[in-house]
Design a protein around this ligand. Structure first.
Ligand SMILES: Nc1ncnc2c1ncn2[C@@H]1O[C@H](COP(=O)(O)OP(=O)(O)O)[C@@H](O)[C@H]1O
Ligand code: SF4
Ligand SMILES: [Mg+2]
Length: 338
C-alpha cells in the first residue's frame, strides 16, 4: 500500500474581519503520497498560498487562524503543534520554496554560508563538513563551478541561479515533503523548464513528496501525479492528472484548461479567458461560489452549495451537474464540453 505522508482534512483558515471570519480556505481536504507530486492550481486569490502557509503554520504570523480541521504529517497533527515544535519541522522534515528567490535569500551572506547555516542548525554539522556539503548541494542543483559560486552573494547571481540556491537550501536536510509555492513564476520560460526538470530529478533522488502550487495548468500537466483545483477557498475538483486533463468535470477546471496557450483554447490568436473574476471572500455569492462565472449555472446553483460528488475512479467535484438524477446525462455530455 502506498504511504500517505500528508493528509489534510477539512482545513479551514480564517482571517478576522469586522463582520466575522473570512474563510480563505474552507474545508480543504487533500492528501499526498510518498514520492508523489500533488499540484494545487487555481487563479490568483483562490487560497493556494494560505493553504501552504497553513500547513507550515506560517499563517499564524500573517494573522490567520486555523478554525477547523487537521493537518496530519505522518499521522502527527501539525494543527496542534506549538510554534516551537514547528520550528523543528520547518526547513528540516518539511521545506518550502517561494516565488521570489531574492526574498528568501539573505543579501549579506554568501550563498555557501546560507546553505551551510541550515546544515549546522538542523543537522548539527561541523563548520567544515557543512561547507563541503553546501558545495556538493550547489553541484547537485546544477550550479557550475560550485566551489567558486559558494563564495558569491545573491546579487552576483541571476534569478534562475538564485532559485537553484533556494532549492539547495530547501533540500539541505533531505526533507520528506517539499512545498513549492509558485517556484518558477518569477522566472523566464527556459529557466522555468530547467527548474521543473531539476525538481523532478531531485525528487527521484531523494524520494520526497512535493506539494506544488501553481496558477499554471501547463506546469501542473508536466509535474503532477494528482491535481487539486482551488476556487475562492474551496477545492472544487480533485483527481489524477489523467482524469483532470482527459475528463475534467467541474466547469472551472474546464475553463482553466481552455485557457492554456497552445492547448484546447487557442482559437486563432485569441486565448480563452474565464469570464468575470474571482469573488471577494467577504462577499461570496450564494450557492455555488462559481455560479456568476459559470456557463452551466442552473437555479439550484444559485441557491444551494454543491456537495462533493465522486465523478471518476479517483476524481471528485463540487458541482450540481453531477447530482445523481442528472449524472447519467451529464457524464455523457462531459466529452462534448471538453
Ligand atoms: N494576511 C491576510 N489577511 C487577510 N486576508 C488574507 C491574508 N492573506 C490572504 N488573505 C485572503 O485570502 C485570499 C487568498 O489568498 P492567497 O492564498 O494568497 O491566494 P493565492 O495564493 O491562491 O493567489 C486573498 O484574496 C485574501 O482575501
Ligand atoms: S454547481 Fe452549478 S454554477 Fe457551480 S460549477 Fe456546477 S454548474 Fe456551475
Ligand atoms: Mg499565492
Amino acid at each position: 500500500m502506498t504511504e500517505k505522508i500528508l493528509e489534510i482534512n477539512q482545513l479551514t483558515t480564517g482571517f478576522k474581519a469586522e463582520k466575522g471570519w473570512i474563510r480563505a480556505t474552507d474545508k480543504v481536504t487533500l492528501s499526498l503520497e510518498k514520492g508523489k507530486t500533488v499540484c494545487l492550481v487555481g487563479e490568483s486569490g483562490s487560497g493556494k498560498s494560505v493553504t501552504s502557509h497553513s500547513i507550515m503554520r506560517l499563517i499564524d504570523y500573517a494573522g490567520g487562524t486555523l478554525l477547523e480541521g487537521s493537518i496530519l504529517f505522518h499521522g502527527e497533527n501539525l494543527a496542534e503543534k506549538s510554534q516551537e515544535e514547528m520550528r523543528h519541522i520547518r526547513g528540516n522534515r518539511i521545506a518550502m520554496i517561494f516565488q521570489d528567490p531574492m526574498s528568501s535569500l539573505n543579501p549579506v551572506f554568501t550563498v555557501g554560508e546560507q546553505i551551510a547555516e541550515s546544515l549546522r542548525l538542523h543537522q548539527k554539522k561541523s563548520e567544515k563538513q557543512a561547507w563541503k556539503e553546501a558545495v556538493d548541494l550547489l553541484r547537485m542543483v546544477g550550479i557550475p563551478a560550485p566551489e567558486v559560486r559558494a563564495k558569491q552573494y545573491p546579487h552576483e547571481m541571476s534569478g534562475g541561479m538564485c532559485q537553484r540556491v533556494v532549492i539547495a537550501i530547501a533540500l539541505a536536510c533531505r526533507p520528506e515533503l517539499l512545498i513549492a509555492d509558485e517556484p518558477t513564476t518569477a522566472l523566464d520560460v527556459t529557466v522555468q523548464a530547467q527548474i521543473l526538470d531539476l525538481l523532478r530529478k531531485l525528487q527521484k533522488e531523494i524520494g520526497m513528496s512535493i506539494l506544488l502550487i501553481t496558477h499554471d495548468m501547463g506546469v501542473a500537466a508536466e509535474m503532477a501525479d494528482r491535481i487539486a483545483v482551488m476556487y475562492a477557498g474551496v477545492i472544487v475538483e480533485e483527481g489524477s492528472v489523467e482524469e483532470i486533463f482527459e475528463n475534467p468535470g467541474h466547469p472551472y477546471t474546464l475553463g482553466l484548461l481552455k485557457s492554456i496557450p497552445g492547448l484546447e483554447g487557442e482559437r486563432g490568436n485569441e486565448l480563452y479567458t474565464i469570464q468575470g473574476s474571482i469573488p471577494s471572500l467577504g462577499q461570496l455569492p450564494s450557492g455555488c461560489r462559481f455560479h456568476p462565472r459559470c456557463p452551466h449555472a442552473m437555479d439550484i446553483c444559485r441557491e444551494k452549495e454543491p456537495p462533493s460528488f465522486q465523478i471518476g475512479k479517483d476524481q471528485r467535484a463540487l458541482c450540481w451537474l453531477f447530482d445523481d438524477q442528472k449524472q447519467g446525462s451529464e457524464l455523457e455530455k462531459r466529452s462534448e464540453r471538453v
